[in-house]
Write a protein that binds this ligand. Structure first.
Ligand SMILES: O=C[C@H](O)COP(=O)(O)O
Length: 250
């Protein structure tokens, strides 16, 4: 699945123009961090702006180790219409802390909407910010009852997912997530030429912003529907090659 992250209502409308090429519209506020949380009314407006058959995801933030605070924020996201709730475990330094936060989020979200999916996100560049190790995230997801384990990059300085977590370690991340029946989502300045590896290792959800913004610039550039279409075409091409048993393009 292809998850695209607009930064507000205007870009979400551009995503709506490319709706047939994407699977999930992910609401975030990049100026508040890699998984910065947007306002509840923005989530609501975006839910209204994109076709009803496209799920809306919302990030709850690069969160501290404060399970109560984070559970309330997650409830705000699901009440506002998001059905994928993503939590960035920024302030969790141990797996147990991650599990505490995610258990609270899972309860808050599922009591409101049992069908909503909860995503536990770690950071590929965890070593730069001192949070839990990327390979601990699938177990955090499993033990908390979350539906998916994800990696993104915390610092958007041009370094990319595979700069911090090489493909063979991402493959182990995916394997661990699948072993406990979770989805595996990967992001972090992913580009079209990463899709061969991401497809080969069985990634369920690829998260993208910069690669579908004009000039590849996630901050100054705007999401372009034709870049979403091109990214999707490349994803589908890799998927077809994998299905046919051919080596995926790099
Ligand atoms: O969830 C996905 C992120 O927004 C990815 O953003 P990026 O491709 O600019 O790193």
């Amino acid at each position: 699945m292809l998850l695209i992250s607009p930064d507000g209502v205007e870009e979400a409308l551009d995503c709506a123009k490319a709706a047939q090429h994407l699977d999930i519209v992910d609401v975030k506020k990049p100026d508040e961090g890699s998984l910065g949380a947007n306002f509840p009314w923005v989530i609501r407006e975006i839910r209204e702006a994109v076709p009803a058959d496209k799920p809306v995801s919302a990030t709850v933030g690069d969160v501290p180790y404060k399970p109560g605070t984070v559970a309330q924020a997650a409830l705000g996201a699901v009440v506002s219409g998001a059905t994928y709730i993503k939590v960035g475990l920024y302030g969790c330094t141990t797996p147990d802390q991650g599990i505490d936060v995610m258990r609270a989020v899972v309860r808050a979200v599922k009591e409101h909407n049992p069908d909503a999916l909860v995503v536990a996100s770690g950071y590929a560049d965890a070593h730069r910010i001192g949070c839990v190790n990327p390979l601990a995230v699938p177990d955090i997801a499993a033990r908390s009852g979350a539906d998916a384990a994800m990696l993104d990059t915390a610092v958007k300085d041009g370094t990319r997912l595979f700069d911090h977590v090489p493909p063979d370690v991402c493959a182990e991340f995916v394997r661990l997530a699948h072993a406990s029946g979770r989805l595996a989502a990967l992001a972090g300045s992913v580009r079209q030429d990463d899709l061969g590896e991401l497809t080969r290792i069985g990634t369920d959800i690829v998260g993208v912003r910069g690669a579908v913004c004009e000039g590849g610039d996630r901050n100054a550039g705007r999401i372009q529907p034709h870049l979403v279409a091109a990214f999707r075409a490349e994803m589908d091409r890799n998927d077809r090659e994998r299905t046919a048993g051919l080596p995926a393009a790099r």
